[in-house]
Every structure is written in C-alpha cells, then in structure tokens.
Design a protein around this ligand. Structure first.
Ligand code: HEC
Length: 151
C-alpha cells in the first residue's frame, strides 16, 4: 500500500486534515449555522406569515448589531413588529435553546445581515463578547421596548 511506503505523504495528509479541521473550527460557515434557523425563518429568510417573522428586509436584522445579538443570546418575547406586521410569539435563546459559540453567532449573524438583499456590516466575535458582557446575568427574553433601547 502506497500509504505505508510513503510516510512523508501520510504525514502531509494528516497535517492537511488537521489544518483544515482547525480552520473549520476558527471560521464556521454562516450558511451552515443558519440551517438551525430555517425550520422557522425558512431558507429564503421570508419566514411564515403570522407565525415566524422574515429576516429578509427586517430592520431588526440590519439595524444596530446589539439587537439581533441580544435576541440570539437571550431570546425574544413578543409582541414585535417586523416590516409592518405584528407577531406575538416567543423565540428561545439561539432559536433552539441549544447554545452556540461566539464564532458561530458572529458567522450566522453576518450571514443574515448580508443575504437576500440585506446589506449591513458583518458581525465580529468581539461584538458578541461585548453584548454577552453587557447582558450578563440576564435570565429573561428581550421585549421589543428593551431591544429598541439597545444600541
Ligand atoms: C423555533 C422557531 C425559531 C427558530 C429555530 C429561530 N427563530 Fe428567530 N424568531 C422566532 C420567532 C417566533 C420570532 C418572533 C417572536 C415574536 O413573535 O415576538 C423570531 C424573531 C427573530 C428575529 C427578530 C425579528 C425578525 O424577523 O427580524 C431575529 C433577528 C431572529 N429571530 C433570528 C433568528 C436566527 C438567526 C435564528 C437561528 C440561529 C433563529 N432566529 C431561529 C422563531 C424562531
């Protein structure tokens, strides 16, 4: 077997695999993380009228970055107006209640702020850490008024 006869090649192969693993750890793909949001917000970001609000064209997504970060970290309790329509549901922290790393949060938020025609600045891991610190100890989901007070 050539893999046995070529220890150097084996070493390079292993090095390449671990390098790509480390790279994947450092920079998760926003599109891949977004799969966790699609049962409710849909792959095209349009949501489901009356139940799940759209992310495409939403000023909650493209406005001050602390707001969507706070929604993901702590959840959201309606009522909430999105693009002129009223919603009165609840979103769990992280959408599913299952925690995400700061890198995953930055990636998914950058994805939703720059997809489906949304044009907003990317979100950094430092942004997530800042809002985590600012909202530390919070145990309740955010209300619309509390989100509007964040900037
Ligand atoms: C189980 C369903 C569900 C999942 C999964 C979910 N959300 Fe939500 N999300 C909601 C609901 C419901 C609301 C609105 C709550 C209300 O009615 O006040 C909402 C609101 C939002 C809002 C603010 C309103 C808007 O439309 O702009 C953002 C931003 C958001 N979600 C982002 C995400 C992201 C990003 C993910 C994936 C990481 C995610 N959500 C996963 C149900 C979900």
């Amino acid at each position: 077997m050539s893999i046995v006869r070529s220890p150097l090649r084996t070493l390079l192969l292993l090095f390449g695999l671990s390098a790509s693993y480390l790279h994947a750890q450092a920079a998760p793909s926003g599109a891949a993380v977004f799969v966790r949001c699609t049962p409710c917000h849909q792959a095209n970001g349009a949501g489901i009228p009356g139940a799940f609000p759209p992310l495409a064209g939403s000023s909650w997504v493209t406005g001050p970055v602390d707001r969507p970060i706070a929604i993901l970290l702590h959840g959201l309790q309606g009522p909430l107006t999105v693009s002129g329509a009223s919603y009165n549901g609840v979103m769990l922290p992280y959408g599913t209640g299952v925690a995400m790393t700061d890198a995953e949060l930055a990636a998914v938020l950058t994805y939703i702020r720059t997809t489906w025609g949304n044009r907003a600045t990317p979100v950094t891991v430092a942004d997530i850490a800042r809002v985590r610190a600012k909202t530390k100890g919070r145990t309740k989901p955010f209300s619309e008024a509390e989100l509007l007070a964040l900037r």
